[in-house]
Design a binder for this molecule. Sequence first.
Ligand SMILES: C[S@@+](CC[C@H](N)C(=O)[O-])C[C@H]1O[C@@H](n2cnc3c(N)ncnc32)[C@H](O)[C@@H]1O
Length: 199
Amino acid sequence: MKTDQIEQSENPAGNHVCPWQHVYLLDNFVRPLLHSPRKMFSPHVKPGMKALDIGCGRGFASLGLARLVGETGLVVSVDLQPEMLRMVAKRAEKAGLSQQIRPHQCEVNSIGLSEEFDFVLAFWMAHETPDPSGFLREVFTLLKPSGRFFLIEPKMHVSSSIFEEFVAEAQEYGYIRVENPSVRLSRAVVLAKPTSNAN
Ligand SMILES: C[S@@+](CC[C@H](N)C(=O)[O-])C[C@H]1O[C@@H](n2cnc3c(N)ncnc32)[C@H](O)[C@@H]1O
């Protein structure tokens, strides 16, 4: 399904997808007061790394990641909605970060990239995917060995038991649980792909 076919902000499984017209409610001047990309991601993201921000919205985290990877690194900002990607590109240009940020429009059930990343972020988006198991599998293929997957879900939409079931499924699949960071209003985990992939 292409982005321009999304109607009533639902994907084919009936999950709610955050409409681009509402993204300012999430990503505005208040957001950096709640979530500091530098504090959250600097333990995992270093200069020169390649990072992926899936479901980037209007790019609050992508901009923070771009500052961490620096001029020698790259952030691929992925979203279903082209309007989100246009906002990311505009913000990147304004912040002088265009060289470090590459927008990529995905399909609802396929990220559609065939490169590998040191760091993958899914911030408040996994619950919007119609096939969370398929999503976990695709992220696994996009990680370099020992690459990190930082998964953050909103407490308001994802219960503790659902979140833990999802993390358990990820571990069964082969991810290693690295830590449980504290992220405001959220449930969060950092997972890693093992150095030698047993799958
Ligand atoms: C609640 S917003 C969060 C945006 C951003 N990560 C943030 O923290 O501000 C969820 C985003 O995920 C995107 N999204 C939803 N389902 C997706 C999918 N299957 N693949 C890629 N992006 C998706 C939406 O278009 C939206 O931009």
